[in-house]
Write a protein that binds this ligand. Structure first.
Ligand code: HEC
Ligand code: HEC
Length: 352
């Protein structure tokens, strides 16, 4: 995959470079656009009308389809599914993972974590989806965790999320009900921290959303509408693709939120706007976040780490302006949104 090999050395547009770019035809206009956008924000004529036909999607696309099927152990997936929905994980017995990550609603509960904890100052993050986390390179908005196993303690032990009360207490609460299920799933030591981390992580890896219209298009099984295809071309040509690409259309890079303009629109920053700085303490990581996946993004409003964009239109418009210094026309916004809607795949919540 050519896309994984390039990187930013600093946060300016001038210093990044493609080490591999297989579609040379696109690179030049893209860079030119980014360059002129940097000089001034302006209304441009709709890009779609300027896109030559030979630049339509090919097998070399910078986005790859989500594989169908999986090789995960079904016994462990089933055990993890049960745990994920079990309120005994939480200290007060009132919250399960599904309380905030509802499989029937794109893997999120809109607004949940931001509203329910008066003691959590400053307000917690917008809830990201658990769908397709198998393909993310890091977890949480600041990308603090490298694996799902490692990540589990974060929601489980956080006093404002599950308040689990330490691993001994969690294991004790689950032991009686789950002992035989853990043995049956091949965890020879029964209910342990390791087994809980493993089963829930394996279950989460099973939550993929294959067969999105866009993936079927990439496989040559269906066609996009004119608007969807135009949206995809704009997405590539204005440069969204530089940050949102790969199998998850994101989830594989760290980037600053607000490359070309203040992403908070003058709002007073709080601790949670510091992004990766919270993890590394390095000034260059201030307001740097993991680029989120755009898979199923049509289902997961509101948007951004602070939930500040209520609709997908707003989020797309904002991205154009603050990440690319480019004011998208309404036509371009609607086309991009039509393209993003084709990234909604088969929902795991519906085949339970
Ligand atoms: C009170 C709401 C709430 C509950 C309950 C909750 N989460 Fe979350 N979850 C969140 C929020 C908010 C974030 C983002 C946290 C951050 O970025 O620091 C998150 C992030 C995640 C992520 C990272 C997703 C990504 O894209 O990086 C995973 C995986 C996850 N949660 C799994 C779980 C599991 C497993 C449980 C149960 C043990 C759980 N969550 C319980 C609200 C919740
Ligand atoms: C320089 C990298 C970069 C570019 C270019 C970029 N994005 Fe983003 N995108 C990000 C980051 C980082 C975030 C997370 C921002 C946050 O909330 O902290 C994000 C978030 C988003 C979200 C919200 C996802 C969610 O689940 O909340 C959408 C939608 C989005 N981008 C679409 C686009 C579109 C459309 C374009 C092109 C107009 C674009 N992005 C260009 C880096 C980028």
């Amino acid at each position: 995959m050519g896309w994984t090999t390039w990187g930013w050395t600093t946060w300016g547009w001038t210093t990044w470079g493609w080490t591999t770019w297989r579609r040379g035809a696109l690179a030049a206009p893209l860079l030119a656009l980014v360059g002129c956008a940097a000089a001034e924000s302006h209304e441009a004529p709709p890009l779609a009308s300027r896109i030559p036909h030979e630049q339509l999607a090919t097998r070399e696309d910078p986005i790859e389809p989500i594989p169908r099927g999986s090789s995960l152990d079904p016994r462990r997936v089933a055990l993890g599914r049960q745990l994920f929905a079990d309120k005994r994980l939480s200290g007060d017995g009132k919250k399960a993972c599904t309380t905030c990550h509802d499989l029937a609603r794109g893997g999120v509960v809109p607004g949940e974590a931001r509203s329910t904890h008066p003691r959590a100052a400053p307000g917690p993050y917008n809830v990201p989806t658990v769908f397709n986390v198998a393909f993310d390179f890091r977890y949480n908005w600041d990308g603090k965790y490298k694996t799902l196993e490692e990540h589990l303690s974060a929601p489980l032990m956080s006093p404002v999320v599950m308040n689990g009360g330490g691993w001994k207490a969690v294991v004790a609460r689950l032991e009686r009900a789950y002992a035989s299920a853990f043995f049956a799933a091949g965890y020879r030591d029964g209910v342990t921290r390791h087994g809980i981390e493993s089963a829930i992580a394996i279950y989460q890896r099973s939550l993929t959303t294959p067969d999105a219209k866009f993936d079927r298009y990439l496989r040559g099984e269906t066609q996009l509408s004119d608007r969807e295809r135009a949206g995809y071309e704009i997405f590539k040509n204005v440069g969204c693709i530089t940050c949102h690409q790969g199998i998850n259309v994101g989830g594989n890079l760290f980037q600053r939120f607000g490359v070309m303009a203040d992403a908070l629109d003058g709002r007073q920053p709080t601790r949670l706007d510091m992004g990766r700085f919270l993890v590394t303490g390095k000034q260059r990581d201030m307001r740097v976040f993991r680029v989120p996946s755009l898979r199923n993004v049509a289902l997961t409003a509101p948007y951004f780490h602070d939930g500040s964009a209520a609709t997908l239109d707003d989020a797309v418009r904002h991205m154009g302006r603050v990440q690319l210094g480019y004011i998208l026309t309404e036509h371009e916004v609607h086309s991009i949104v039509a393209f993003l809607e084709t990234l909604t795949g088969r929902q795991p919540g519906t085949r339970r």
